[in-house]
Design a protein around this ligand. Structure first.
Ligand code: ADP
Ligand code: MG
Length: 667
């Protein structure tokens, strides 16, 4: 007897909604149907185990997929618990009714009232999970309908355990469904999806692809790889046709090939992160990383943690050893994969990683997430935030550990991703600087290795007050800067900042262990000088006032002041700045202002000081020009000194033709 039933009006609208707007991605239908099959098997297994029935053993369960291109059908069958006529009606006829949720709540209730019943269930049931309860995936009662996104007709044939008769449920979508008696020998459920017709419009969907072996394999690997029962498909293979020795030896023998079909298990079933750590080899981790995250090289570091508590999760994280080729482009997707009970929910969950640890690859698997109805997103980000916080701590811990115990690898890591950490110090007005300040490193004048700030401080002579740094394009150029003379003299170490972000990060840090940072281009280097020395220097400048003023006038506002230098030994001139903004910084800000169109950035100007070495012979000539009142000569000297200073700083000179003319005039 078959009778056509009507969906209630609301149900029709709901179904329409379901089909068209809940999911962003049609392909997840397979994930939903397979998750249901897995739930059905879990239920049957759980029931037979708790009833003490010998029933099927764990290995007898499977989910089978079959694609029939001629009939455009995709069939998914399982030997799970099945559905009776009534269950077909209730579970598939009432939208948002979840038989799985009822089941889960039922056993949770039973466990509460009779603690024992679940505890002595077969202990291998849920990978040694603390609860031993089946890890049922379904809960919203809507996943099944996602199959209508790709199907014009769905037929479900099911024989429930303990029932005599099998029934089928058939529907073409919103028009309603029909339940009738059917044939099925074994307990379980078969779902036959008749795919929609391909849409040939330019942006039209190609539904036929879901019949392709490749697509099916890809979807299972992506979403359902860790379903705990084998997902089996008969796949087409090719082999050489057997031939006798005689045939093989005959002239012109060519082997012929035949196609045959063989069952293949498409999922790997046990997620590597659920295994005991002692059972996972380094190679296992490496292989997993390379195949899941498309890298050719082994990871530099593997972080595998299991957390139990208010929120429980497993995390498997990798620090790559090479910078991905697209890392600094928009194409690079930050984030970790998010699994809920072994089913992939999100591919790149950005909220799980702070941006400065964006190089970390990996995944998080948690049963405790409350997912939204499409299971594509979380309902609350409180849980996610809690996980993200712990993950950040863990990564930071691992990096610190690597820094102390495995320096070679840390150096390698830092060369690849260190700049990201420096940006992390600087970003958001230094909000995260304290978390990162111990992890950043710089090149330095006293060692060829990268040094942390702490290491620098440990090498500081006791009278040294500041942590000094120099900014510029390359270590070689910085080492040759005239500003370095006095530091070499005093034996003070200088950090060489060759990345644009370096000085910005140091500025935001401000200090480390009470020691402030100072650019060696700062006019005031903060050295302790005796009153005697100070008097001497003031007097020198006083005596030279006429000369220095003349040079400043000749330079026409190009510099804020001109002084006799205390720091120069062999070099004739250098530039310093007196307002804490370095020349390098001005250069970077100007360039950024041009790129971003934010002219405010270009307003940060350094107060430039031209420092002249009064101890070299050329200074006598300058003095003479001033006392002779030879304006032209003063201008030539002043401009030449200034241009030289610019060149030494690696800055462009304004007028190179004039520069060369001046040199010739003086030759
Ligand atoms: P959910 O999985 O969130 O409960 P679904 O819409 O995916 O919601 O499925 C609705 C219900 O239909 C399930 O809870 C389950 O009771 C039943 N069901 C679906 N597929 C199967 C199956 N293969 N075997 C047995 N029962 C199933
Ligand atoms: Mg479901």
């Amino acid at each position: 007897m078959s009778r056509k039933k009507q969906f209630k009006a609301e149900s029709k609208r709901l179904l329409d909604l379901m089909i068209n707007s809940i999911y962003t991605n049609k392909e997840i239908f397979l994930r939903e149907i397979i998750s249901n099959a897995s739930d059905a098997i879990d239920k049957r297994y759980y029931k037979s185990a708790s009833a003490g029935k010998s029933g099927l053993s764990r290995n007898d369960y499977s989910i089978r997929i079959e694609a029939d291109k001629d009939n455009r059908t995709l069939t998914i069958s399982d030997n799970g618990i099945g559905m009776s006529e009534k269950e077909l009606d209730e579970n598939l006829g009432i939208i948002a009714n979840s038989g799985s949720l009822d089941f889960k709540q039922g056993i949770e209730q039973a466990v509460k009232t009779d603690k024992k019943s679940s505890a002595d269930l077969s202990s291998d049931f849920v990978n040694d999970d603390a609860s031993n309860l089946p890890d049922i995936i379904g809960q919203f009662g809507v996943g099944f309908y996602s199959a209508f996104m790709v199907s014009k007709r769905i037929e479900v044939i099911s024989l429930a355990e303990g029932e005599e008769k099998a029934y089928s449920w058939t529907s073409d979508g919103a028009s309603g469904y029909r339940i009738e008696e059917s044939d099925r020998e074994e307990v379980g459920t078969t779902i036959i999806l008749t795919l929609r017709d391909d849409n040939d419009e330019p942006d039209g969907e190609n539904y036929s692809k879901y019949l392709e072996e490749m697509t099916i394999k890809r979807l299972i690997a992506k979403y359902s790889d860790y379903i705990r029962y084998p997902i089996v498909m008969s796949v087409e293979k090719s082999r050489e046709k057997p031939a006798t020795e005689e045939e093989k030896n005959a002239d012109g023998y060519k082997p012929t090939y035949e196609t045959f079909y063989e069952d293949e298990i498409l999922n790997s079933m046990i997620p590597i992160w659920k295994k005991k750590k002692s059972e996972i080899s380094k190679d296992d981790y490496n292989e997993f990383y390379k195949s899941k995250f498309y890298d050719m090289s082994d990871p530099l570091k593997v972080i595998h943690t299991k957390v139990e508590g208010v929120i429980s999760y497993d995390a498997l994280l990798f620090i790559p050893s090479e910078v991905p080729f697209n890392y600094y482009t928009k194409d690079y997707k930050h984030g970790l994969q998010l699994y809920s009970s072994g089913v992939m929910i999100m591919d790149n969950c950005e909220d799980l990683l702070p941006q400065y640890f964006g190089f970390v690859k990996g995944l998080v698997d948690s049963q405790d997430l409350s997912l939204n109805i499409s299971r594509e997103m979380l309902q609350q980000d409180r849980q996610l935030k809690a996980i993200a916080q712990r993950i950040e701590k863990k990564i930071s811990q691992s990096l610190n550990e690597m820094l102390t115990n495995d320096r070679d690898n840390y150096n390698k890591f830092f060369k690849a991703f260190g700049i990201q950490l420096k940006f992390g110090v600087y970003d958001y007005f230094g909000m995260n600087k304290d978390k990162l300040k111990d992890l950043i490193m710089f090149q330095s004048s006293s060692t060829n290795e990268l040094s942390t700030i702490k290491e620098y401080i440990s090498r500081m002579p006791s009278e040294q007050k500041y942590i000094y740094y120099a900014t510029g394009e390359s270590v070689a150029k910085l080492e040759a800067m005239p500003h370095m003379d006095i530091f070499k003299d005093k034996g003070y170490e200088v950090f060489f900042c060759t990345d644009e972000v370096d000085e910005f990060a140091l500025k935001i840090l401000g200090e480390y262990d009470g020691k402030e940072f100072k650019n060696i281009g700062d006019n005031d280097l903060g050295f302790d000088i005796s009153d005697e020395e100070k008097e001497k220097s003031d007097k020198k400048n006083e005596d030279a006032k006429k000369v220095l003023d003349a040079v400043k006038d000749a330079l026409d506002e190009k510099v804020t002041s001109v002084i006799l230098s205390n720091r120069l030994k062999e070099h004739p001139v250098c530039l310093s700045t007196s307002n804490g903004i370095s020349l390098e910084m001005t250069k970077i800000l100007k360039a950024q202002a041009e790129v971003t169109g934010n002219s405010g950035m270009a307003d940060f100007n350094a107060d430039v000081v031209l420092e002249i070495n009064g101890n070299l012979p050329f200074y006598g000539n300058l003095e003479k020009a001033v006392s002779d009142g030879d304006e032209e000569r003063i201008k030539d000297y002043a401009m030449l000194l200034y241009d030289q200073a610019l060149l030494i700083e690696g800055l462009p000179i304004e007028d190179s033709v004039e520069f060369s003319k001046r040199i010739c005039r003086l030759m």
